[in-house]
Design a protein around this ligand. Structure first.
Ligand code: SAM
Length: 258
């Protein structure tokens, strides 16, 4: 019996997927009060191998102060995700907009448009004539449900949506100029244990640019922890002021180091 249990434990611990499934199931049973809108398994881990920078510390503290007082006005009021826009702490929209403002970013890239709430929050923080390029696989007007965008949002050219998968080499090369020009890249697409890992490799091709930032959503998802930990560039986990599922910010001034 002992040997069988040992074998089972060995199979489980060797197989990431089994461990994650068990973690997922157990995490829902762990709390005395699990009456929470959304619960996901995560981990706590030591941070002694993480480094930060004066620049990051300075812009984050400015952005947090801006975010605390900020009331975002963008987007439609009656969509299912409208209620998240000004949730702070808890959601990423206020801190995202505030980081754009605090850094005086001129060009921002978003990877993962969805209903456009992130894009419009960035737009509220950007000083005109700022530019936002947002990438997705599905057009904002082809979602099958209502977007926060209207056609008017694209009239002055400040927002452009491009369809395609930046984890594919050819598409990444075609868009390299836009990515190199950008002051901030906000990555919030698929967290399928694959896409974001491929994207880190793509970001190694970016030219260093002083003050350039990479913002990552969902860094506390169990399959994002290895990714976040693999980043050796100066970084901060700002989840307490960002998304409950984790918001991380990376200083790309010297390029990405992993
Ligand atoms: C979490 S939503 C984005 C939310 C949005 N950034 C916000 O802040 O409200 C994820 C989006 O990523 C898109 N997506 C999934 N895989 C993608 C990929 N390979 N490239 C670009 N977008 C992708 C999905 O279609 C979806 O619209």
């Amino acid at each position: 019996m002992k040997n069988i249990l040992k074998k089972i434990f060995r199979i489980i611990s060797l197989n990431k997927e089994y461990s994650r499934m068990i973690n997922e199931t157990l995490s829902k049973k762990l709390l005395r009060d699990n009456n929470i809108r959304d619960i996901r398994p995560s981990l706590i881990y030591s941070l002694d191998d993480a480094e930060s920078s004066d620049y990051l510390f300075s812009i984050i503290s400015d952005a947090i102060k801006i975010a605390y007082k900020l009331e975002l006005k963008c987007g439609k009021k009656n969509l299912s995700d409208s209620k998240f826009l000004n949730e702070f702490p808890g959601e990423h929209y206020k801190i995202l907009s505030s980081i754009v403002k605090a850094t005086n970013a001129k060009e921002v890239v978003e990877i993962g448009t969805y209903t456009g709430l992130g894009t419009l929050s960035i737009k509220e923080g950007i000083n005109p004539p700022g530019k936002i390029t947002t990438y997705d696989l599905i057009g904002w007007d082809k979602l099958g449900f209502e977007s926060h965008f209207t056609k008017d949002d694209f009239k002055d050219g400040s927002i452009k949506q491009i369809l395609g998968d930046l984890s594919e080499n050819i598409f990444f090369e075609e868009n390299l100029e836009t990515l190199n020009r950008s002051d901030i890249i906000f990555m919030d697409a698929s967290k399928d244990d694959n896409f974001e890992y491929k994207m880190l490799k793509q970001f190694l091709k970016l030219k260093p640019k002083i003050g350039k930032l990479l913002i990552l959503d969902d860094i506390k998802f169990i399959n994002m922890i290895d990714l976040w930990r693999s980043i050796k560039s100066p970084k901060f986990d700002i989840s307490s002021f960002g998304h409950w599922s984790g918001t991380g910010i990376v200083d790309l001034s010297e390029g990405l180091k992993i």
